[in-house]
Design a protein around this ligand. Structure first.
Ligand SMILES: [Zn+2]
Ligand SMILES: [Zn+2]
Length: 475
């Protein structure tokens, strides 16, 4: 790689500070020059004896190069600025003529060697790029790399006149050379810091504080937008990958598209349907906050026309979402109030209980327990209401069979003369456990179960009725 000579040390220190702060360190091209280097020929190269005085063609090129150097830096307006630059020393350029000739001859060699290879185009153009880089560069404003025009013109002439290069390939190479306008100026390069600032502005404007986007915030903060406008191509001779930086305009356009795509991922209608009301309230508050924040940004921030495009989309979007959630909330509240903890929820809970382990006695599966006692919610007492509501039933099961002792005892809904009938159902459960599930004959345990779960009677009162014969009525 080329050696860089910094001509404004302050600027260099500044760039290093940026790197330390985690920002891009980029030297502006006005602050440095890149030293030239000698090109190395590709394998199979033999310098002709007497080179560069080997033939008329090279003699002519060499004489042109030496004449050029004699005039330099008074050769053109830009180079003549060098005469007043304190860091300029002409002696550093003494090797320019021979460097030009070597680069030329090495290019000729590589071109004739590789023209029939399958990757001839990549190889030859990479070598040309390598030779161009070998001329180094002057700080911005001081003109082209010294001697590069001669290299360029002679290389073009060589390819154009060479009869051993097939016409089609010749055209491709000439088109490539003609497209190399960048050797005129290293300028027109986008500054990485400017791109970084544009991205930071977008990060700041985007409503990442809304819970829809919170999860993606970090990854966007850590990642960089695509800063190269083309796939970086590796140059085998320079041993670096080169890609062209995108322009500010391209980056802003990219951010505009990204904004739209991200907003499209939010399905507010689905959220309003599925989220609990407390969540909807939270989202409404977030939207109100972000909307205000964006309005403030718009009032006081400085944005380009391109940036305004994504800001306007954000502004509209926030407005619509905010209005939607605000409008729908009162209705959602009414719906929730009129459906008292949905019927479905209770049945789901009861079904869930069937899957638990029976801690009262594991010999009887919970599903059989529930199937046996669910009649308490299905049959009404003489007073027209069920013996247990479903909510009560759930609590009874939890306390009696799942050891949830923190759940209170229930009161069965009974009318006169129904005591025996209800206790009979427990007796039947005891009977079922003994006859079908191998339970031992432990009546007291089942009497305790009733006492433990209901506050209608004391234990003695229960014992007296814990018999099959107390009522003829059957469940
Ligand atoms: Zn020659
Ligand atoms: Zn010049």
């Amino acid at each position: 790689m080329n050696e860089i000579r910094v001509i404004h040390p302050d600027a260099f220190l500044d760039a290093i500070k940026h790197v330390e702060n985690g920002e891009f360190g980029e030297l502006s091209a006005t602050n440095y020059e890149v030293h030239a280097f000698d090109t190395i020929p590709t394998p199979g190269y033999d310098a002709p004896s007497n080179f560069p005085e080997c033939c008329d063609y090279h003699k002519k090129a060499y004489s042109m190069a030496t004449q050029y150097l004699a005039k330099f830096p008074e050769c053109c307006i830009k180079h003549s600025k060098l005469t007043t630059a304190h860091w300029f020393k002409k002696t550093q350029y003494e090797k320019v003529p021979i460097r030009i000739l070597k680069a030329l001859h090495h290019t000729e060699h590589n071109t004739t060697q590789k023209i029939n290879h399958s990757d001839w185009y990549e190889d030859i153009t990479e070598y040309i790029d390598y030779c161009i880089a070998s001329f180094g560069s002057l700080p911005l404003g001081y003109g082209n790399p010294v001697g590069i025009d001669i290299y360029y013109n002679y290389t073009r002439f060589y390819i154009e006149q060479n009869k051993s290069i097939p016409d089609e390939k010749k055209q491709k190479l000439l088109t490539y050379l003609d497209g190399l306008t960048t050797i005129e100026q290293p300028a027109e390069q986008t500054d990485l810091n400017t791109l970084n600032d544009l991205y930071k502005k977008w990060l700041n404007a985007f409503p990442f504080d809304i819970s829809f986007f919170q999860n993606s915030k970090e990854s966007f903060e850590k990642s960089l937008p695509p800063l190269l406008s083309n796939k970086p191509a590796y140059n085998r001779y320079l041993k670096i990958s080169k890609g062209k930086l995108i322009t500010c305009k391209q980056l802003v356009e990219f951010l505009f598209e990204l904004t739209k795509q991200m907003l499209l991922t939010v399905d507010s209608v689905k959220i309003a349907k599925e989220a609990p009301i407390s969540d909807i309230n939270k989202k409404t508050i977030e939207l109100l906050n972000e909307s205000l924040r964006l309005q403030n940004n718009l009032l006081f921030g400085k944005y380009s026309k391109g940036e305004m495009k994504y800001l306007q989309v954000l502004k509209k979007w926030l407005e619509y979402q905010k209005n939607y959630f605000r409008d729908i909330t009162p209705y959602l509240k009414k719906v929730t109030e009129t459906t008292p903890k949905g019927k479905n929820d209770i049945d789901t809970t009861i079904n869930e209980l069937k899957k638990k382990e029976n801690l009262f006695w594991k010999g009887v599966p919970m599903s059989r327990v529930i199937d046996h006692f669910i009649v308490f919610t299905e049959r009404n007492s003489k007073n027209g209401k069920p013996f247990l509501t479903k909510e009560q039933f759930i609590q009874f099961i939890q306390r009696g069979f799942l050891s949830c002792n923190e759940i209170p005892k229930q009161t069965l809904n009974l009318s006169n003369g129904e005591k025996g009938f209800v206790i009979k159902r427990f007796y039947e459960f005891f009977d079922l456990s003994v006859s079908q599930f191998g339970e031992l004959n432990k009546k007291f345990k089942y009497i305790n179960l009733i006492d433990n779960c209901f506050d209608n009677w004391n234990k003695k009162g229960i014992e007296a009725f814990f018999k099959p014969s107390k009522t003829k009525q059957s469940w």
